[in-house]
Write a protein that binds this ligand. Structure first.
Ligand code: SAJ
Length: 401
């Protein structure tokens, strides 16, 4: 790596790439951030940001002003290359690694002997070795002369800056030299413990972390539907069961949203369909929980109409994919509202973390409660805590636990 401060290229300036690039740059390491979107590059070069994440704006402003972070649409020569681009899935739940491959190909002209290439994007098992093969096919003279490793991010949206620096990391090289090189690099900016492994194990580790959470949430969601049939308060039940020293059940909700936990398990299922039975069921249960909630709201509204001779006004409390954030992407709560509205129900949307929405008028909490006939709690935002149980209430997220 030459001098003890390497030069760095970060490919992908999204929710992970930008905070990581900024954190590295804050250690007085020169970072070139690369993104295919010109407006992202322009925004960052002005010292501004294009995503919502606490404390990120100040950090980016500082490192751009000090000259440690610059953004560009194409990579430059560097000692270390990091890849943090999206890996979505295709329609049939098959992982799509085309962005990782394009990012790898974009590096090809600038790669030199001794460079270290690290993939951080969530990836199916074997991706790092596949990208090694891509590099060696296009630049055969570099075969065996560059280092490659996989190191997944595991930060929680909303707490990214802190977790980037303090979480432990699993670092897996294509060989032990690569692992060592990558560990040496992360030591510049990570305070958590750096655990050494191989690339395939590190790739699987990321998928397993999110699948584990998905399976645990599915257990809670399954319990909530069983308890509804049995006439048992699931929140009280879980609270009591968790008094056992070796039981720790998570919380049921409207379903599992966000762009990680609802996606990553499919990478395992699609590669290992015969073996991944619990992982697949968990995905299905968590998706079904949202459908189940929608049916509950609809049948309650239809009963209201039978009893009162008019359509119910339904206050939907929360649109975000989890409590106390403003992120509506892949949100089960939004799916409930979208379906109810599409099916002709009369909905008042409440989301204290956003001011406006392109499709829905956002109601003030008190106004919605006053106007509504049915109140549906979809996300346990702190603003909804201690709400009184008035009118007809459906609680999918434990407001009244
Ligand atoms: N949820 C429940 N019940 C629970 C906990 C969560 O229904 O008891 C729901 C949430 O409401 C939300 C979804 O699950 O809809 C996911 O929320 P989350 O807070 O569990 O996770 P994310 O998606 O914000 O972030 C996860 C984290 N992974 C793990 O905790 C194993 C984070 O550390 C990862 O870095 C991130 O995915 C990622 O980028 O992969």
């Amino acid at each position: 790596m030459g001098s003890n401060k390497p030069s760095v290229v970060m490919v992908g300036l999204g929710y992970i790439g930008l905070p990581t690039a900024a954190l590295i740059a804050s250690k007085e390491i020169k970072v070139t951030g690369v993104d295919i979107h010109q407006h992202v590059v322009d925004t960052i070069n002005k010292g501004e940001i294009h995503i919502v994440e606490p404390d990120l704006d100040g950090l980016v402003h500082h490192v751009v002003k000090e000259g440690y972070l610059t953004a560009s649409t194409s990579p430059v020569e560097a000692d270390v290359y990091l890849i943090a681009v999206p890996t979505p899935f295709k329609g049939d739940y098959e992982p799509d690694i085309s962005y990782v491959e394009s990012a790898t190909r974009a590096l090809l002209p600038t790669l030199k002997e001794g460079a270290l290439v690290i993939i951080e994007s969530t990836s199916p098992v074997g991706t790092t070795e596949k990208m090694q093969a891509v590099i060696e096919a296009e630049r055969p003279e570099l075969a065996g002369k560059i280092y490659m490793a996989y190191c997944p991010e595991r930060v929680l949206p909303g707490n990214v800056i802190y977790e980037l620096e303090h979480n432990d990391r699993a670092i897996g090289g294509i060989n032990t030299e690569s692992t060592e090189k990558a560990v040496e690099f992360y030591r510049h900016f990570v305070k958590g413990t750096l655990h050494k492994t191989n690339s395939k194990t590190a790739e699987m580790c990321k998928l397993v972390e999110n699948s584990s959470r998905d399976v645990q949430i599915a257990f809670a969601n399954e319990l909530s539907m069983i308890c509804d049939e049995a006439g048992i308060n699931v929140w009280e039940l879980i609270n009591l069961a968790n008094k056992h020293p070796r039981v720790n059940i998570l919380q049921p909700g409207t379903g599992v949203g966000g762009h990680c936990i609802a996606v990553d398990p499919w990478f395992i299922v699609s590669e290992f369909p015969e073996q991944a039975k619990i992982i697949r069921s968990a995905r299905e249960i968590n998706n079904y929980k949202t459908e189940w909630a929608i049916e509950k709201v609809k049948s309650t509204a239809l009963q209201f109409k039978i009893d009162n001779g008019r359509d119910a006004k339904i206050a939907c409390m929360g649109l975000a994919f989890k409590p106390n954030i403003d992120d509506l992407r892949e949100s089960p709560a939004l799916q409930v509202v979208d379906t109810l509205v599409n099916d002709g129900f009369n909905v008042l949307a409440v989301e204290p973390n956003i001011k406006s929405h392109n499709k829905y008028e956002i109601y003030d909490r008190e106004d919605a409660v006053e106007q509504a006939d049915i109140i549906v709690y979809l996300v346990a935002h702190r603003e909804f805590a201690n709400s009184e149980r008035v009118k007809i209430t459906l609680d999918f997220c434990g407001i009244y636990k």
